[in-house]
Design a protein around this ligand. Structure first.
Ligand code: HEC
Length: 122
């Protein structure tokens, strides 16, 4: 019976592990940039039609139909709850004017994740 891993296997595992450590934060940064683009795109999230985001100087708007989006991470420590709001805000308020991005497939699941990652940084 073979005991433990060979040197080659160990080297491979180490390289794979290091690559993951290096690549994961990059993936997050990409998602945040993608999320910003989706939030600001008039034909995608169009969040700036209703929300100001004072934490992001590139989010230029005078909108006041929705609450100012700031301190999101501390106000919504549970990412899943925040995501549910973006997916379908009407589950929290049946009279909301916020579009149900997931339920109406305005955004894909992946786009919603990117937007959620972006607004958690606000
Ligand atoms: C047509 C206007 C409108 C658009 C567009 C809109 N929202 Fe909203 N949003 C609202 C309103 C109004 C509320 C207040 C809560 C409610 O109505 O239930 C809200 C609430 C929220 C909340 C909770 C805020 C809080 O202070 O608790 C988040 C987070 C949010 N919106 C994110 C987004 C994101 C992200 C987008 C774009 C993908 C977006 N909204 C687009 C109108 C909008």
């Amino acid at each position: 019976m073979k005991a433990g891993h060979s040197g080659e296997e160990m080297k491979f595992l180490l390289v794979a592990f290091l690559w993951t450590c290096w690549a994961l934060p990059l993936a997050r940064a990409d998602d945040v940039a993608a999320g910003r683009a989706i939030a600001q795109d008039q034909y995608k999230g169009n969040c700036l039609a209703c929300h100001r985001m004072p934490g992001d100087p590139s989010a230029v708007t005078l909108a006041n139909l929705g609450p100012v989006l700031k301190d999101i991470r501390s106000r919504y420590p549970d990412r899943a709850e925040l995501r549910r709001r973006v997916w379908d805000a009407s589950t929290f308020n049946p009279d909301t004017i916020m579009p149900p991005y997931g339920r109406h497939r305005i955004l894909t699941e992946q786009e919603i994740d990117a937007v959620v990652d972006y607004i958690r940084g606000l």
